[in-house]
Write a protein that binds this ligand. Structure first.
Ligand SMILES: [Zn+2]
Length: 480
């Protein structure tokens, strides 16, 4: 509904308020002329002269995939610090973070045998954290959609088979992120469920709406109470084929050979750029994304986009001569994908130093065109952002929902008393194509649209500016 329709509807209900409504409406739901002018300048600057597309190209093509613990992640940390300095950050430092170091290895092979015939190659991707196969495994496959179906088999019901979890992301859900959330326990917990019922491995349908031939990796976990079995993803095309063969009554065996290695933990770092505020130097607004990625593809959408969006915040506000009221920190977090130790370490250090983070922003939902924001705040904080909705709509970022703002900034909420929790917002781009790329060989620079990436950077920069303009005495102080 546009503004005019709303106003007309309101007149229809309350004719006595005819004179008051337009001015109250304008006051409550749009930015001041000063803020409108600044947001326009931010967009002009990013769209006209922004550096985020070139930053993403360098991160993807010269650094590449950068899983925590890898030499590429070390290179990404150095690149991030250098790029933030060049963007004009007054101070850049490293914050040491201990991260896990899992490696896929060069040995990653799978095959399929139908009714005892010849082995046909099958493309897989080991799930992050999986153990290796220590040689080869070949076993019959049984297909499941829900873990409850395994329970009905009993403790040894799989009897040495491979459990194949084939529940698709729900195509009827409007939110692709919601559909992902409804399917990803197969990836995170499939190996535990398989082992717990006598299975020798878990094979998981890739988490994507796309019907294609790319396996999508991602984090999985073990449970200390259950012995460990290997876990791998297959593409949606292969998943459909295997399920079809099984439902037609064929005998399907799958072979796996994976050389995954879990090295000792390693010291890496969050990269922190700091710009001291003029009015409230001891109050912080943090904005960031995660520098690590999975080890396949280039981590372009996940989360190269969020990293270059965040760097662009610094570059743009410095170039426009802005003087922040609060201290602004751009944080390139490490290890979101398989541990979140970057986010946890940052929050712990902030608590130890007694730092008051008034606001926290994250971009970790891809580089597609912005649609709006996920808000995680008190009622007062949420209302402060909602009051801008009509102006945000003009820039295509007016879809406001309460919800998780980001994994990296999440621990800031958990580790703070209620009266010091930041007003948290996460950039929400269009989610419909994100999982086509997510955690796969398709997550490359070429699959990020340059103009949409810039619009995301301009949106994030605008929101940092707007949150810097708020007064926080009255916000973020009430309990939930
Ligand atoms: Zn991510």
């Amino acid at each position: 509904m546009n503004r005019m329709n709303k106003t007309i509807a309101f007149f229809g209900m309350m004719t006595m308020a005819v004179v008051m409504v337009p001015s109250v409406w304008a006051q409550d739901s749009r930015w001041s002329s000063e803020d409108s002018a600044m947001v326009a300048r931010i967009h002009d600057h990013v769209l006209g002269q922004g550096g985020c597309v070139e930053d993403l190209r360098v991160l993807c093509k010269e650094v590449g995939a950068r899983l925590s613990g890898s030499p590429e992640a070390d290179a990404a940390i150095l690149w991030g610090a250098k790029t933030l300095r060049e963007a004009g950050a007054p101070e850049v430092r490293m914050q040491t973070v201990i991260v896990p170091h899992w490696e896929r290895s060069d040995v990653e092979r799978a095959w399929m045998r139908i009714d005892g015939g010849q082995a046909e190659p099958l493309k897989i991707s080991a799930l992050g954290g999986s153990i290796g196969t220590e040689g080869q495994i070949e076993a019959p496959v049984r297909v499941f959609r829900q873990f409850e179906e395994l329970d009905s088999l009993g403790a040894d019901g799989l009897d040495g088979a491979i459990a194949f979890f084939n529940r698709p992301m729900d195509p009827l859900m409007i939110s692709a992120g919601g559909a992902y959330g409804g399917a990803n326990n197969q990836r995170s917990r499939g190996a535990v469920e398989a082992a717990d019922h006598g299975g020798v491995a878990a094979l998981v349908r890739s988490l994507t709406h796309a019907l294609d031939t790319f396996p999508h990796t991602g984090a999985m976990r073990y449970d200390d109470a259950v012995h460990r079995v290997p876990a791998a993803a297959v593409s949606t095309v292969d998943a459909r084929r295997i399920a079809g063969l099984l439902s037609d009554g064929h005998d399907v065996r799958v072979g796996l050979e994976m050389g995954c290695i879990l090295h000792d933990d390693k010291a890496q770092a969050n990269v922190i750029a700091e710009w001291t505020g003029t009015e409230y130097p001891d109050r912080y607004i943090v904005v960031g994304g995660h520098l690590d990625s999975w080890d396949i593809g280039e981590g372009a959408h996940d989360d190269g986009a969020g990293i270059v969006h965040s760097i662009e915040v610094m570059r743009t506000l410095v170039a426009l001569g802005y003087q922040p009221r609060h201290t602004i920190r751009v944080v390139l977090f490490i290890n979101e994908e398989n541990g979140n130790n970057g986010g946890k370490t940052y929050a712990r250090k902030a608590r130890e130093k007694g730092e008051w983070h008034v606001a926290a922003l994250e971009s970790d939902a891809g580089g597609d065109a912005p649609r709006g924001w996920a808000i995680d705040a008190t009622d007062a904080g949420t209302e402060a952002v909602r009051a801008w909705r009509e102006s945000l709509v003009d820039y295509g970022m007016g879809d406001l929902r309460r919800g998780g703002a980001g994994v990296d900034i999440g621990p800031l909420k958990k580790e703070k008393p209620a009266d010091q929790r930041p007003l948290m917002v996460g950039l929400r781009p269009n989610s419909q194509r994100y999982f086509d790329y997510h955690h796969s060989d398709r997550d490359v620079f070429e699959n990020v649209h340059p103009r949409e990436l810039k619009l995301g950077a301009a949106a994030l920069t605008s929101m940092v500016y707007l949150l810097d303009r708020l007064e926080y005495e009255a916000l973020g102080t009430e309990d939930e």
